[in-house]
Design a protein around this ligand. Structure first.
Ligand SMILES: Cc1cc2nc3c(=O)[nH]c(=O)nc-3n(C[C@H](O)[C@H](O)[C@H](O)COP(=O)(O)OP(=O)(O)OC[C@H]3O[C@@H](n4cnc5c(N)ncnc54)[C@H](O)[C@@H]3O)c2cc1C
Length: 264
């Protein structure tokens, strides 16, 4: 994994969309039994993006369906971006990433997209809730906020087992670097050091009231829905609960698109 930069690069106000920018794969690193982390180097103009945004990833030959992946790091001077890709059973793009993508290959990146971004000037405390590869945009946002104005940053990561916990060492280093940053992991399917259990159940005991907080939640649809509801139950105003849902692409020729059924 490339070293973290010493200082953050100023975030561009405007982020024009780049299409099909070639990136070289620097590293394909298995991080958990189901998630690989990609590090990509720009071969042309680096993407200009804001922390929290996502890109479309494709193979250079355009043989694999393009899919959305959140950039998992704050912008860096060298333009490197990282993605956290969960393997989806039978999934086209994630299977290609896990089984066929190798260091040295070229991929195409289009983007950036999304509205799951922060205002770097905000001072309100922030709570970040992530499950699985939902950590990607959360990690980018929290990394940028480390050198921002927020009074405190609490990142709570939900994993099934200890083997599914991402970035323990990275976040320990962030805690050592900044007294404003706190990292908590919880396990949902395995005994281990507390806390254990799902974030929606634990949230009040971990953070107390969220009345003056900004909350960011990312991950699978059910996780995001439950965490957002729990944050509101802890007092977070709805307009200050920001969410990024990792929905899958709808499959054509099914009930999703009844109007085109039978036209194959
Ligand atoms: C804004 C946004 C950001 C995203 N960021 C990330 C990210 O950072 N990391 C990441 O791993 N994914 C992310 N995703 C999800 C990603 O775009 C793909 O949907 C996912 O990788 C599956 O693509 P696939 O081609 O492998 O599967 P497909 O071939 O599209 O799907 C195969 C089957 O799996 C189902 N399926 C699709 N996605 C999922 C899923 N997530 N869980 C369970 N079943 C599913 C489909 O309905 C289908 O039946 C994001 C999605 C969005 C909308």
């Amino acid at each position: 994994m490339p070293e973290e930069p010493e200082s953050d690069v100023p975030v561009e106000a405007a982020t024009p969309t780049s299409v099909d920018e070639p990136y070289r794969v620097l590293e394909v690193a298995p991080r958990t039994p189901t998630i690989v982390e990609l590090w990509l180097r720009p071969l042309a103009d680096p993407l200009r993006y804001r922390p929290g945004e996502y890109v479309l990833l494709e193979d250079a030959e355009h043989e694999v369906a393009p899919r959305s992946y959140s950039v998992a790091n704050a912008p860096r001077a060298d333009g490197l971006i990282s993605l956290l890709v969960t393997r989806v059973r039978g999934g086209q793009a994630s299977t290609w990433v896990h089984e066929r993508l190798r260091t040295g290959q070229t991929v195409a990146i289009t983007g950036p997209y999304g509205t799951f971004v922060d205002d770097p000037a905000r001072t309100a405390p922030a709570v970040y809730l992530a499950g699985g590869s939902g950590l990607a945009p959360i990690r980018a946002l929290a990394e940028a906020a480390l050198s921002g104005a927020r009074r405190s940053l609490t990142l709570i990561f939900s994993a099934r087992t200890e083997a599914d916990v991402l970035d323990r060492e990275r976040f320990a280093a962030w805690e050592a670097r900044s007294a404003r940053f706190r990292y908590v992991r919880t396990l949902t399917r395995e005994h281990g050091e507390p806390p254990r259990g799902r974030i929606p159940i634990l949230l009040a005991s971990l953070v107390g009231t969220l009345a003056d907080h900004d909350v960011f939640v990312a991950g699978a649809p059910g996780f995001v829905r439950a965490c957002a509801a729990a944050a509101e139950a802890c007092g977070a105003p709805r307009e200050r609960v920001r969410t990024e849902v990792f929905f899958g692409e709808p499959e054509p020729w099914t009930d999703t698109f009844p109007q085109v059924r039978g036209k194959t």
